[in-house]
Design a protein around this ligand. Structure first.
Ligand SMILES: CC(=O)N[C@H]1[C@@H](OP(=O)(O)OP(=O)(O)OC[C@H]2O[C@@H](n3ccc(=O)[nH]c3=O)[C@H](O)[C@@H]2O)O[C@H](CO)[C@@H](O)[C@@H]1O[C@H](C)C(=O)N[C@@H](C)C(=O)N[C@H](CCC(=O)O)C(=O)O
Ligand SMILES: Nc1ncnc2c1ncn2[C@@H]1O[C@H](COP(=O)(O)OP(=O)(O)OP(=O)(O)O)[C@@H](O)[C@H]1O
Ligand SMILES: N[C@H](CCC[C@H](N)C(=O)O)C(=O)O
Ligand SMILES: [Mg+2]
Length: 490
């Protein structure tokens, strides 16, 4: 595509030289991926500055550079005020606005995004539609899975992926939209058809100034709903009426709102909720009728997830009976309330709870069924919100009979200091600190007796532990299985 055509997507740019004849074969933000004919976009990141790699990009064959300042290079340089925002617009243009035709659902909120994405995948698949999913665990096109570095990847990856999804005949794309992504403009250029809000509770206060700032970022998904290409497609905002933040979010969109909830009156509402140890059932009242839902997803928080997914699916025209069958079929989502080796007299559950609210929800659920002791193995990630550490520790202590505090992903922080942040204010002493996560899991499992429950929280599906800048192989579920085996042999 001609550079001038790509640049037409930008509201403003400057260039000192003529570039009318420049052809662009692809766009890249990483100088190492640049090939002959690339447009290299220099992004000033959190750790490195793409402008410093411009020589490598030119050596690798870049035809033009998009940057935030003048650079001494022998190819045309286009100057914009903010290249990480410009990239979203030009990537959408370069890949010919894929989301103008690809039906796209965005899920945002503190907890439940991944779960809802996979519920929607199951519902659409049940209706024989091909899905694409982008989120925390992976990117999927149909049943093919690919690794991702971020819950919501950068704009270039997104637009490229949406185009690939169209080429591979995807009918519905579902993506998690993190507050970081919204704040950094990774999803500018995405034309969402349905936007889902799950809930808002404390997390990410390392990045967002305060909870208002965090909520504002979440609301941006709804502010952009229907404003992208003005193509007159009907848009829906799916809001949780039981979360007070929905009232603020509601004000950021003029699109059709579909409410869901259990406590306050909602368009899609759960009544007669029965929470059992291995099954959840409820009546789902909807604008298109009422239906009995039965699912193997456990806990009231999963009733909210099922309502949110159902409200979105109904808005997308999926019949209630398909929704019912899909929710009945789905066994669970990887690393979310996942039992490890259900054949033992005690239970071991791995769950991705890494926020105060999710930990409280999961522990409340477990306490609702526990016949004897509850053990919790939990830590907090390094280089992340420090203020959630004592809150998570307090919640673990409140619900568990015994807590083993351990390392999550320490990243570049000292694990001992993270654990001090967690335990420093604790008044009671029914806890131990075992820094090594493997030892902590082995110890917790060794303590479990008949009818006890061990919750291993925080890392869910993750298959690594990040210490310093290195990711070591580590999977809570595998380690728990080994611990169970060791216990049985001792
Ligand atoms: C703070 C943050 O969001 N950082 C993101 C950012 O990385 P960065 O700014 O550090 O990038 P950088 O390494 O400084 O590089 C700057 C530029 O130089 C370029 N470069 C670099 C090296 C080189 O040789 N040549 C070159 O051109 C890079 O390609 C890049 O364009 O851009 C990267 C590429 O898009 C992201 O992967 C990375 O996310 C990191 C891994 C991250 O941890 N982000 C978290 C905070 C995040 O976004 N989390 C949310 C989920 C949160 C949740 O819901 O729980 C998410 O959506 O993932
Ligand atoms: N609706 C919900 N409300 C509160 N807690 C929830 C809800 N759904 C899931 N959880 C809890 O939060 C954890 C993470 O769930 P999930 O992965 O679906 O959320 P997420 O929003 O995708 O998280 P992330 O921000 O890490 O991507 C689960 O393991 C469970 O403990
Ligand atoms: N998307 C979240 C995941 C946190 C998972 C937890 N295991 C941790 O490392 O803190 C984040 O990057 O903040
Ligand atoms: Mg997620």
């Amino acid at each position: 595509m001609r550079l001038s055509e790509i640049l037409a997507a930008l509201p403003f740019y400057e260039s000192a030289v003529a570039f009318d004849s420049v052809e662009i074969s692809n766009i890249e933000v990483d100088s190492r991926r640049v090939t002959r004919g690339s447009l290299f976009v220099c992004i000033n990141g959190f750790t490195l500055d793409g402008h410093d790699f411009v020589d490598q990009a030119v050596e690798n064959g870049a035809s033009a550079i998009l940057a935030e300042r003048k650079l001494d290079v022998p190819v045309p340089t286009i100057i914009v005020a903010d290249s990480s925002r410009a990239i979203a617009m030009i990537a959408a243009k370069f890949y010919d606005y894929p989301t103008a035709s690809l039906p796209l659902i965005g899920v945002t909120g503190t907890n439940g995004k991944t779960t809802i994405s996979y519920l929607l995948e199951s519902i659409f698949n049940e209706y024989e539609l091909k899905t694409g999913v982008i989120g925390t665990i992976q990117m999927k096109i149909g049943q093919d899975a690919f690794p991702v570095n971020n819950t919501t990847p950068d704009a270039l990856f997104l637009q490229r992926t949406f185009r690939e999804m169209i080429e591979k005949d995807v009918d519905k794309a579902i993506m998690e939209v993190s507050s970081h992504a919204l704040d950094m403009g990774r999803v500018y250029g995405c034309d969402f058809d349905i936007a889902i809000f799950t809930n808002l509770s404390q997390d990410h206060l390392d990045y967002h100034k305060d909870m208002d700032d965090y909520l504002h970022a979440k609301s941006l998904l709804f502010a952009q709903l229907g404003n992208t290409y003005n193509n007159n497609k009907k848009k829906y905002a799916i809001l949780n009426v039981d979360d007070p933040s929905s009232r603020i979010i509601q004000r950021s969109t003029a699109q059709h709102i579909v409410s869901y909830g259990c406590e306050n009156s909602a368009q899609v509402m759960a009544t007669n909720i029965k929470l059992e140890v291995n099954r959840t059932s409820f009546t789902m009242e909807t604008p298109v009728g009422s239906i009995e839902i039965s699912s193997r997803l456990i806990g009231k928080f999963n009733v909210y997830n099922m309502l949110a997914a159902s409200a979105a699916a109904i808005s997308a025209g999926i019949p209630l009976v398909t929704i019912k069958n899909a929710l009945k079929r789905i066994g669970g989502v990887r690393g979310r309330f996942e039992p490890v080796d259900g054949s033992k007299p005690y239970a071991v559950i791995v769950d991705y709870a890494h926020t105060p609210d999710s930990l409280e929800n999961v522990l409340q659920t477990i306490k609702g069924f526990a016949e004897r002791k509850v053990y919790v193995v939990v830590g907090c990630g390094g280089d992340r919100d420090r203020t959630k550490r004592p809150l998570m520790a307090g919640i673990a202590m409140q619900y568990a009979d015994h807590v083993i505090f351990t390392s999550d992903n320490p990243r570049t922080e000292d694990p001992t200091l993270i654990l001090e942040d967690m335990t420093g204010e604790l008044q009671e002493n029914h806890y131990e600190v075992i820094e090594g996560r493997r030892d902590a899991i082995f110890h917790a499992v060794s303590l479990a007796e008949k009818d006890d429950i061990v919750l291993i929280a925080g890392k869910g599906h993750e298959t690594y532990q990040e210490i310093g800048h290195h990711r070591y192989d580590f999977d809570d579920r595998e380690v728990a299985r080994e611990a169970i085996k060791a216990k049985e042999q001792s």
